[in-house]
Design a protein around this ligand. Structure first.
Ligand code: SF4
Length: 470
């Protein structure tokens, strides 16, 4: 079996608002709603119309900001904010976003969710031309590219810079008097536009709108640049939109169940995936249980379709973070033990279908199967509500490299044996597509590259090694 590797980690989340007297406070709550997308750092930059103000730190949103920061430091009526997941090697204050660049004429703060696949080439080019980069963050590369277009209007300079950047990005940029928002031409990462009290808001997920009391207007379009200022909102395209390739792992694992992505509610989508999985790989059993939290919806769908009752066979300790928060192996192993408990009274003497959303390394699945068997389950049939992850992600999700992905190395039977399951089945790629792409989607198209190896964008040399998740 492969060496222990990193799990499947969150990406990042962005939030922005323009023209609201409580901009900092609303952004704080917005970031709080997006906390599941990144727990290793957060920041807010505000504008009071003349100056930008910043506060950021490492750790959770609640621990970084207090009343003084929100009411005294972060002055102004416009703001951008970011929550960040970071690999172990890139944790560090200097990479926490937003990044703020001050200049005599105008300052700008930038934040994004995604990953630039030609980052290495762009860095090399910038350094050859004399730029000195202080962080390993892709967003600094974008900032330098924008500054290179200083002879243009800022809007044109952003368009020119984004034209050079390849990959996945949901991008926000704040100056003293303008807010810019852009989504990559394939729309790989989610980004939505809403409004509250007559002010525009932007968020990676619509659950942030619900928390702050904002209303959803629409998704940001692939290849779209939105400029918001006192005159209102202006939309234009900086690139021809390509076939939408929204990350399917957002539906499978990352996004909150109460978010809607591309017109589809995440909980409802997971239920459909669970139903489809039951159609494809049903099994004789007494109870269905889901691995909390992200697999509960799929388990309910599986139970509904199969007719096997859904039961709470595993409970989560609420006072522990998500399984894969800590990228180190020892903390992860301890984390699984501390996080989940089997409900003995439910699983004892029963044949259990355990629905989960993914198997990356196999370690977590093995531990959960063991927990259920130790609690008396006579059989544990593992059903995964997504296809096997066989390929790395280059678009901001830390799935590590191919050689470390268990499904890239071993057959389904071998994986079942490794995790101690009595049987194992995954949702088919066709089943995933069928579950997520239908008439209700605003436009068709999901990225399935970590399952199929067919990437929507060109993948550049060194993209696999930069491992620069934002
Ligand atoms: S490769 Fe996988 S994780 Fe990465 S964007 Fe595509 S679907 Fe999402």
């Amino acid at each position: 079996m492969p060496a222990e590797i990193k799990g499947l980690n969150e990406e990042c989340g962005v939030f922005a608002i323009f023209g609201h007297e409580k901009a900092a406070e609303i952004t704080f709550y917005g970031l709080h709603a997006l906390q599941h997308r990144g727990q290793q750092g957060a920041g807010i930059v505000t504008s009071d119309g003349e100056q930008l103000h910043i506060h950021k730190g490492t750790g959770l949103v609640n621990a970084i900001f207090d009343q003084e920061h929100l009411q005294e430091t972060l002055k102004g009526s416009s703001a951008i904010g970011h929550v960040r997941y970071a690999t172990e090697e890139e944790r560090g204050f200097e990479n926490v976003q937003p990044l703020l660049f001050r200049s005599q004429t105008s300052s700008m703060a930038l934040a994004y969710n995604g990953e630039i696949v030609n980052d290495f080439a762009l860095r090399t080019q910038l350094e050859a031309q004399g730029s000195i980069l202080q962080t390993t963050s892709d967003i600094e590369v974008i900032a330098h590219l924008i500054k290179r277009g200083g002879y243009l209007s800022l809007e044109e300079a952003i368009k020119q810079a984004l034209g050079m950047v390849k990959g996945a990005y949901a991008f926000v940029l704040l100056t003293e008097d303008q807010l810019f928002i852009a989504l990559d031409p394939y729309g790989i990462r989610p980004l939505s536009l809403g409004h509250i009290d007559g002010s525009y808001v932007i968020a990676s997920e619509t659950c942030a709108f619900d928390l702050v009391g904002a209303e959803f207007i629409r998704e940001v379009k692939p290849g779209e640049l939105i400029v918001i200022d006192k005159q209102g909102l202006k939309s234009s395209m900086f690139a021809s939109p390509m076939q939408r390739s929204l990350c399917s792992m957002e539906y499978v694992y990352f996004a909150r169940p109460d978010s809607d992505l591309n017109g589809l509610n995440v909980h409802a989508s997971r239920k459909i995936m669970g139903k489809q999985l039951a159609k494809e790989a049903t099994v004789e059993a007494d109870v269905v249980t889901g691995v909390p939290d992200s697999s509960i919806s799929a388990a309910i769908g599986f139970a509904e379709e199969s007719g096997i009752p859904y039961e709470l066979g595993l409970i989560k300790n609420r006072y522990i973070g998500r399984t894969f928060i800590e990228p180190t192996q020892s903390s992860r192993e301890q984390g699984v033990k501390m996080k989940l408990s089997p409900v003995r009274g439910i699983v004892n003497g029963k044949r259990v279908v355990m629905v989960d959303d993914s198997i990356v390394r196999g370690t977590t699945s093995r531990r959960i199967v063991r927990l259920l068997k130790e609690a008396g389950a006579t059989e544990v049939h593992v059903r995964i509500a997504a296809p096997p992850i066989k390929n790395p992600c280059f678009y901001g999700v830390d799935t590590s490299v191919t050689g470390e992905l268990i499904a890239a190395q071993y057959s389904i039977e071998e994986i079942a044996e490794e995790i101690g399951a009595d049987s194992l089945a995954f949702l088919s790629v066709e089943g995933l597509e069928k579950s997520l792409v239908h008439e209700d989607s605003l436009d068709m198209g999901i990225c399935k590259a970590c399952f199929t190896g067919r990437y929507p964008t060109e993948i550049y040399p060194n993209a696999a090694n930069t491992n620069n998740k934002q």
